[in-house]
Design a protein. Structure first.
Length: 209
């Protein structure tokens, strides 16, 4: 597959790399249909965020279609359109259960003191291969994917990928789990409330009633 690969500061290449496999029963593989460049990516390119490993695929914002799921993933199936949030959480540790998913104690293989696990980052963040690629492996997929409603485009959904979902709005199709923080705006917009690092960010778009 094609991917944007970090080799060194200022040395970023689009090249052919192997497609990611399912590594754990809780994994999914997503075919990326839209990805974005975040300002954080510029730190890797400029060298202002140290610790990048040569060969790391960049990118932590993406949406796509589920291609394959591990045996432990029961709430998604191939063909589902999904948002892949930028940070990674297990979904069941004390921090995740409290809603502080960016502080997950489990997802980062470097241990709970290493900080937030996210795609396309330095060694201390995992590392996990990023989403500026044709495919991405999503760990703990049952918790780290959000199904996209049929009437939301990839471009709209992509705006929400940069956040770590704290909760998701209930939509008429029932595709997303309901949450007490969600609300229906009087203008007919759905609000999706998300929390990457303790701050609450809100992305809104019009969805017909």
């Amino acid at each position: 597959m094609k991917a944007v690969v970090f080799h060194d500061v200022g040395d970023i290449c689009l090249e052919d790399v192997p497609e990611p496999p399912i590594e754990q029963p809780v994994d999914a593989v997503v075919r990326i249909t839209a990805s974005a460049i975040c300002g954080t990516d510029l730190h890797m390119i400029r060298g202002t965020l140290p610790g990048m490993k040569p060969g790391t695929i960049l990118g932590h914002e993406g949406v796509g279609v589920v291609e394959e799921v591990g045996k432990g993933v029961r709430n998604f199936r191939p063909g589902d359109r999904v948002v892949v949030p930028s940070t990674i959480a297990c979904g069941w540790c004390s921090y995740c259960r409290a809603g502080y998913t960016a502080q997950c104690d489990v997802a980062n293989p470097n241990g709970p003191q290493a900080g937030t696990a996210f795609y396309g980052g330095p060694a201390l963040s995992g590392p996990f291969m990023g989403m500026q690629a044709e495919y991405v492996r999503v760990p703990y997929a049952a918790h780290n994917l959000v199904r996209i409603p049929h009437d939301v485009t990839d471009e709209q959904a992509l705006l929400c990928s940069a956040t770590r979902w704290r909760c998701s709005a209930a939509v008429p199709s029932g595709n997303l789990p309901s949450c007490r923080h969600s609300c229906r705006a009087p203008t007919g917009c759905w609000r999706w409330i998300a929390c990457p690092t303790g701050w609450r960010w809100c992305a809104r778009w019009a969805v017909s009633a």
